[in-house]
Design a binder for this molecule. Structure first.
Ligand SMILES: [Zn+2]
Ligand SMILES: [Zn+2]
Length: 304
């Protein structure tokens, strides 16, 4: 059993490379694996390891002059959710594709707690709920009546907003994402357009909202970017099998081992070895049967 820590902090970091080295040494000494991004605008990480190692990591972070006071999200996983440790410096801690000098976390939207968000949704019938995630995440779980941009990466979010400003004109907008990190600058971007009345964001994202309101306005599963793939919130199945269209919300990798596509497939189709994304991948498996994944590969099975 491994413990997973998920966290981020927006803060001015003068020398990100120095912090990359510090993080690498710290994680190596504790046997933690995962992925950490440092930038001049902060830190974003998901690390996994033994419980004691994660406790020590949190202690070290809290003692650090920049990284104290982080709200770590803790979950548990059977098996290893990450194959290796990767610590890198980038321009942004999550890639909106806009320079932090242009769209800064300091211009972010109004933070609301899950309870305040819940009240806003209940009371404000004019409220526009805006999903700041990608289409494949929202396909298996989202807030009731949320506006869901048809985007495949976060970098497409600004273009979506540019092209749909009328949706937000003079409206209160409540934004959400998985754990809150994307909303910090996505809300700054929406604000920068100057069309919405107020821009709110849920602190801690779906993750914290679902903990506070397991039977609230979020339905389905919360898609996550580690071995867990998706965390069930309610029993609603929002997605459908990409092959036979029955209700389904489990993602599988394409059976062709050279393809990284994830597909929503029902258990019936999985059993029939039909989890293949395209005729191209089908042909590649026929040409070289050794390239077929031996299991549908749902990665590590996790508890939460
Ligand atoms: Zn099916
Ligand atoms: Zn494929």
């Amino acid at each position: 059993m491994k413990t997973i820590l998920l966290y981020y902090k927006y803060i001015d970091v003068q020398y990100p490379l120095q912090q990359v080295k510090w993080q690498k040494n710290l994680c190596l000494s504790l046997g933690l694996k995962g992925r950490i991004i440092l930038a001049t605008e902060g830190i974003n990480g998901t690390v996994a390891g033994l419980q004691e190692a994660c406790d020590a990591y949190i202690r070290e972070m809290n003692n650090h002059p920049l990284f104290g006071g982080i709200d770590f999200k803790v979950s548990h996983c059977i098996g290893d959710p990450f194959p290796r440790l990767r610590v890198v410096e980038k321009e942004e801690i999550t890639r909106l594709g806009k320079s932090p000098k242009e769209i800064s976390y300091k211009d972010t939207g109004i933070h609301v707690t899950p309870a305040q968000a819940h009240d806003l949704i209940t009371q404000n019938k004019e409220l526009v709920i805006l999903d700041a995630r990608n289409n494949y995440e929202a396909a298996i779980g989202k807030f009731v009546n949320a506006v869901v941009p048809d985007i495949e990466t976060f970098r497409q979010f600004p273009d979506y907003i540019d092209n749909h400003q009328d949706l937000f004109k003079d409206k209160d907008v409540l934004m959400y994402c998985t754990g809150g990190i994307r909303c910090e600058r996505a809300s700054a971007y929406v604000k920068s357009k100057g069309v919405a009345k107020n821009v709110y964001q849920i602190t801690g994202g779906i993750d914290r909202y679902a903990q506070a309101f397991p039977d609230g306005y979020f339905r389905g599963k919360n898609y996550v970017f580690d071995g867990r793939i998706a965390v069930p919130v309610t029993n609603d199945i929002l997605g459908q099998c990409g092959l036979c269209s029955v209700a389904a919300d489990d993602y599988y990798n394409c059976l062709y081992a050279g393809c990284n596509k994830q597909l929503i497939i029902c258990s019936g189709c999985v059993e029939k070895n039909r989890a293949i994304c395209s005729e191209t991948c089908q042909q590649k498996i026929l040409d070289n049967p050794a390239m077929m994944r031996t299991t549908p590969h749902k990665t590590a099975q996790c508890l939460i």
